[in-house]
Ligand binder design. Sequence first.
Ligand code: FMN
Length: 166
Amino acid sequence: MNILIVYGTYSGGTLSVAHEIEELLKASGHTVTLQNILTTSPSGEYEYRTKDLLELLKSNDLVIFGSCTWLEDGVEGQMHSGFKLLDKELSTGPLEKIRCAVYGLGDRNYAHFCGAVDQLEKMVTGRRGKLITPSLRIDRYFFNTDKALKDIKDWVGQLSKSVQRT
Ligand SMILES: Cc1cc2nc3c(=O)[nH]c(=O)nc-3n(C[C@H](O)[C@H](O)[C@H](O)COP(=O)(O)O)c2cc1C
């Protein structure tokens, strides 16, 4: 199965988790592609390439969205700004029938723990994507790495079973 992981990160944790998920899925025989939600333009500015991403979304059997939760425009509990751009640019239909899953990194000391997960779920279901397994929320990844790795392994196991059923 071809699986795409689209991630948004500021301090690298969400990418690190994407790699963990990638390794586990590859070990089960899947082909996995990682895609940063933001790319860097030749002039060094961050940019988001809708066209490429939409093509990628459609050409995979399962899409996993992963985001940190951050302070965006002065508001806590927000998904990565790249996903905010994506959310604005996606029309209603492009995720129709696409199997999706969501994970997020956060910190329980903030008021909206892993708010990005709720926002990504809303983005997916609002575009008629199909969430095939409950989302994974990771608390303080860099401080609780052992627990996080166990939770990631359990989640990927659950995800693999859901993929076979759907
Ligand atoms: C400025 C700032 C704001 C944050 N806001 C939240 C928040 O509202 N909710 C939450 O659960 N975590 C929040 N976090 C914690 C991050 O989501 C967490 O550190 C995460 O692991 C970062 O992921 P990344 O390394 O992929 O960027 C915040 C962290 C920072 C530095």
